[in-house]
Design a protein around this ligand. Structure first.
Ligand SMILES: Nc1ncnc2c1ncn2[C@@H]1O[C@H](COP(=O)(O)OP(=O)(O)OP(=O)(O)O)[C@@H](O)[C@H]1O
Ligand SMILES: [Mg+2]
Length: 429
């Protein structure tokens, strides 16, 4: 059995320095399976202001917790591990890592939420202050070279390394200005040449706000001949002497803690997520209505990439032991939406199908009656259809791009129909 440990630190509400809270060990056990264990430190448990890092999977007590779900990672810790992009940069700099814990330790600075990691309890996690906007040009060049597997000046490569903790596949870094930290999403060589993705995502985020959704604050910046999207980080706030960090739990974490627990099948659903919000949220009814709105919006814009790491909850500012739905992020319409739309998460009785009938079937899980849910779908559809072109134009998309993007936003069909007009029987899940 090979195992690797990391000491886990958390930023308590308002703090700009982390507090040691426990130790996480990840081990490869028989048959290639993985197991994680976590134990809170005695000193942390004695603090009167200690908070659990996940009240459901990791309640605040001295027992040793184990998990074999999510590759042996507790969801809250998995949320802080780098994804495709971060792993790629780390592999390039240090070679492929033997344990997933090494990716945590090598990318501790900028991941989402309030956790930080170190190799020993005496060693405080170290991080560099985020770079400012003047670094964007260098960052663009560095990322483009990295993506093309080209060599980079060592100084530039070192500057990218603190920026590997955030999840997701797209190249990204965090920068700061006087007031906020911003997640910067860069173009990728895999993007379609016809539509600048930064402008498309910005248009969709603006559209979401016009449909009554609490979406992340964002702007597009041109750097040389590239467009990059700046998204304001919702988990960092400026304080005297540094930045505070707010706890974050992804929908994947909430769903893996939920009804199916360890047997989490990676097929989560919006209604199940709504029920988890009901348990955890400080404003449960409002958050469940908002989640319904987001589900409808994703169907209307043809965003089928609304998977369980593209939703999450943040610690509530007023009640540090409670959570609220985080602002909506990563909303991107499919450039070539399929005729029969589906979501990445289940929607209702008919699985992930994006139909009105399916959405209404799960209205009760969102604390909505069918009449109100119907009205909400109408409202989102009408606002989206009315505002889409305008949002695209506001974000500088060209006339031909706007014309080709018009098809992304569509009414939700009552039910899916085959080419000959007969209803397609739903696939039950
Ligand atoms: N505004 C924000 N503040 C803090 N963290 C964020 C913010 N937006 C996103 N994140 C975190 O960063 C991760 C990556 O962001 P995002 O989903 O936008 O990137 P992506 O590369 O497009 O992802 P994907 O692989 O899903 O397409 C998210 O899963 C979330 O944990
Ligand atoms: Mg994402």
């Amino acid at each position: 059995m090979t195992s690797r440990s990391a000491f886990v630190w958390c930023f308590l509400p308002g703090d700009t320095q982390p507090t040691l809270c426990g130790r996480f060990t990840h081990a490869l056990v028989a048959n290639g399976a993985s197991q994680g264990t976590f134990v809170y430190g005695r000193r942390y448990l004695e603090r009167t202001d200690a908070l659990p890092i996940d009240a459901i999977a990791l309640p605040l007590n001295d027992s040793v917790k184990t998990t074999s779900a999510l590759g042996g990672f507790f969801g809250a810790i998995a949320d802080a591990t780098p994804d495709d992009w971060g792993r790629y940069v780390i592999d390039r700099a240090y070679g492929q890592q033997a344990s997933p814990v090494d990716y945590l330790l090598k990318s501790q600075q900028d991941h989402v939420g309030h956790l930080a990691f170190s190799r020993s309890p005496e060693q405080l996690p170290e991080w560099l202050e985020p770079w400012d906007r003047s670094w964007l040009e260098d960052a663009c060049r560095a990322i483009s070279a990295l993506e093309r597997h080209r060599p980079l000046p060592p100084e530039l490569e070192r500057q990218l390394l603190p920026n590997t903790g955030l999840g997701g596949a797209r190249p990204k870094i965090t920068i700061a200005d006087g007031h906020w930290q911003w997640l910067v999403k860069f173009p990728s060589r895999r993007d379609s040449p016809d539509v600048p993705m930064a402008r498309l995502e910005a248009a969709a985020l603006t559209l979401a706000s016009r449909c009554g959704i609490d979406a992340v604050t964002h702007e597009v910046v041109s750097v040389g001949d590239a467009d990059v999207l700046l998204v304001r980080r919702f988990d960092r706030a400026p304080r005297e002497g540094g930045w505070s960090r707010d706890a974050f739990l992804s929908a994947r974490t909430l769903l893996s803690n939920g009804e199916s627990g360890q047997r989490y099948s990676f097929f989560g659903s919006y209604p199940r997520l709504a029920r988890e919000l009901g348990r955890l949220s400080a404003r449960s009814a409002a958050d469940r209505h908002e989640l319904f709105r987001r589900m409808v919006f994703n169907a209307v814009i043809g965003n089928g990439d609304d998977h369980d790491r593209n939703h999450g909850m943040l610690a509530d500012e007023e009640r540090p032991d409670a959570f609220r739905l985080a602002p909506a992020y990563d909303l991107v319409p499919a450039l070539h939406p399929p005729r029969i739309r589906q979501q990445a998460l289940g929607v209702g009785d008919h699985g992930a199908w994006s139909t009105r009938e399916n959405m209404l079937s799960s209205a009760a899980s969102f604390d909505l009656d069918v009449t109100t849910a119907n009205a909400l779908i109408d409202q989102v559809e009408a606002a989206a259809l009315d505002q889409w072109e305008q949002c695209c134009r506001e974000h500088g998309l060209t006339r031909s791009a706007v014309a080709s993007l018009a098809k992304c936003v569509q009414r939700i069909p009552d039910t899916h129909l085959a080419a000959d007009g007969t209803p397609i029987l739903p696939r039950r899940v």
